[in-house]
Design a protein around this ligand. Sequence first.
Ligand code: WT7
Length: 647
Amino acid sequence: MSQELYDAPNSFIQNANIDKATYEAMQTAALLEPDVFWAQQAERLTWFKPWTQVFTGDFSTGEINWFTGGELNVAYNCIDRHLAQCAQKTAVIWEAENGEQKTFTYQMLYDEVCAAAAMLRSLTVKKGDRVIIYLPMIPQLMFTVLACARIGAVHSVVFAGFSAESLHLRIKDCTPKLIITADGGYRRGQQFAVKKQVDQALDAINIAHVLVVKRTGQEIFWQSGRDLWWHEQKDNVDLNLGIHAEIMSAEDPLFILYTSGSTGKPKGILHTTAGYLLGAHISFYYIMDYKPTDIYWCTADIGWITGHTYLVYGPLSHGATTLLFEGVPNYPDPGRFWQIIDKYQVSVFYSAPTVIRMLMREGDEWVKKYQRLSLRLLGTVGEPINPEAWRWYYDVIGEKRCPIVDTWWQTETGSIMISPLPSCWPQKPGSATRPFFGAKPVLLDEAGQLLTGEATGYLCLAQAWPSMLRGVYGDKTAFYQLYLSKFPHYYLTGDKARRDKEGDYWIIGRSDDVMNVAGHRIGSAEVENALVAYPLITEAAVVCVPDPIKGEAIYAFATLQKDVTPTAQSAKEACEWVAMEIGKFAQPSYIQWTNALPKTRSGKIMRRLLRKIAAGEYTDLGDISTLADPAVVELLISESKSVYKSK
Ligand code: WT7
């Protein structure tokens, strides 16, 4: 295989936060003497009380403890400790959907977060209580996340693109004391309803209060007693209530973030205080090569883990300037991102392959309209980046001046696990390259045998790291069952990867029934459940097909009830139904009505076969001898000619 290598420019290497020898020494220490290494790193945080033990636990039980005995507060680390030096430095730049802007200095951020904390406390939210935050990308989203951390409440941010039904499930699962939302939001110049989803989600659920930010002024349903306006609460609250930052133990929960697995039910991934913050802090420093003069922009929504770690906690823990953007990449035109980069002189830009591919298709003229001279480092996350998109990102966006960090990690890992450090080794388009400190990736075969050298296999992590998940909320056995039991002593990532002869890792994609659509993680079972809940559908099986922009697109096979005629109209309605049940991002791109799904004699749906048919690969269908009815293959192929394609 021809190897394309890209070295970072000398000017980058000379000013970078790390060099090759230091990386090697640090990574060796992290793997061989983790207690010593992590104790040293943890000194970068501000502690109220030092830990007594760095690490206890192992993968045979799923019992993981970092920095036992230590006490600290995440919001204090992200705000208070910067005030002495950086009170007047810009902490957050907010670029509104309509191009308006607001900036908050660290002092202003402190005031806002304390006010939000005071509001939470006045509504009797206490340490350990859960708070669901269902907000569009407005500053209050940042404030409330940090306010929860300040008072020790466990936030669970639900991406505002999730449906009322998805929100309902999350409310039932984590039983929040309070929900924070907004009347509505803006998208592509239009208003969308937000509070309405909360009202629906709360059907048959009692909750003391819903705190509502006024963003659009649109008309909303109001349940007096329950619903409270943010601005009214803020005006009336005793601000002193917010000042005190709760003393948290290292292993106290910080947040729950729901993500998809191979079951139909989203998992509430639990992260705790010290380990998570440390992972966010040091990865941001080395991988984003943080400099105090940077204007840093992560385009992810705070509703996903990328937003948690690299829009909020990582940057703020360093006193960085972080940009929060309310809009989308192609509104009012496909130059929006590059215009924002010039407007604020963004130096480090972290985005996703799906965005790069979408903007690449719009042509270079949108990029060339802007200078982008402030950029010095580019990042990508969420799915494999195809070399063509990588090169466009590198050549056109970064004008061959900016290294690219292709960062691999997961909601569960809390922070980046595999990524180039461009000042230490060359980048390879499409490869996340090498492990970050403390990550010990291995490849295993189906039987759990460790593969050496060049190999392809199940990507696992062989050693505990501070920012790893501590469990699945409300389910004591799930952590062990889902992540640690398949291959004893290894954490199962759910991804397949290849290691090349230089030892660099290439993430291939999921090895389980989890899909990655435009960087969004969606369980096949969740979409199937949504489809069978649609009145006309009896059975459904969902697979992915390659998509030039989204990476993968959802292709659903479904059987209809007897006497129902398959039509494009019902397919369209079924797609809309899924959007309503889960969220628009989970909508199938294709629906194939079928008379039968391919099942083995033991009744299992043969997804492998469905994947081939969905992709139009009818030759080489593999072993189909276990099918209960081999005739189903011909049927599926002929039906695939009239597949419904959603726009
Ligand atoms: C899955 C995790 C935490 C990042 C945002 C997504 C895929 C993530 C890469 C990458 C190839 C990647 C994996 C992973 N993924 N980054 N650089 N190259 N694949 O977090 O929703 O928890 O999804 O995203 O399949 O398992 P997530």
